[in-house]
Ligand binder design. Sequence first.
Ligand SMILES: [Zn+2]
Length: 257
Amino acid sequence: MLVGFPNNPRNEISKEIDWIGNNGFDFIDLFLEPDQSELEKVNVKDVRRQLDYYGLGRIGHTAWYLPIGSPMRRLRKCAVEIMREYLDAFVEIGCHKATIHTNWPPSTMFTAEEGVKYQVESLQSILELAENAGVNIMLEPLGTAYDNARSIDMLLALNEKLYFHADIGHLNLFGRNPIEYLSLYKDKLMHVHLHDNNGTQDLHLPMGAGNIDWDHLLGILKSFYDGTVTLEIFSHDREYILYSKKKLLDKWNSIGF
Ligand SMILES: [Zn+2]
């Protein structure tokens, strides 16, 4: 398993890379989004040079609110165009896999099936662009009512080259069981976001601060997965992040097969 951390896009990206590089992470989950790390502002060559300096791996991450599922066709087309720019940046920086998130139209006006239809249209174009760029696309379901197995099945069925990104915190909402989702999509699993919550709010807490049974979950995850795991914990005090990293590695290394 490789452990990573995301840059906070509201902070200066070079300082974020310094912190990640100096604290023993294997890779950065590169959040290229407003305000400090948006595509127009980031010098991709500088980012690549700095990541190389620290020997950090890198995974691309697009803004979670990219409107690929908007009911407005022109917004969807615009989202695909922005994705084209993302892919150029990811290629230059050396990211071979990148996350895109589910994006749903307003639930009071549109059904999940309509939301799937809108996203499928965008994803078809995006997957074509990504294949030409040599970047694997991973779909990260958000923590909304629509992000259930029925919707995920329909989206992943779209293309064998669309992979699954399991955000364990998101999969712990709306009465869902993250272990069930990890097992359902283990054949397509390419990346994991790890954070805790209370089952009702997407809190991005340190490991053990919510209600997820980590010993049980990690035991099952390790039986079929040994890839990248990002600690997507949002805390101003970064001691909590380092503590979670230690806990994760201790638990992971104590699981024997
Ligand atoms: Zn996530």
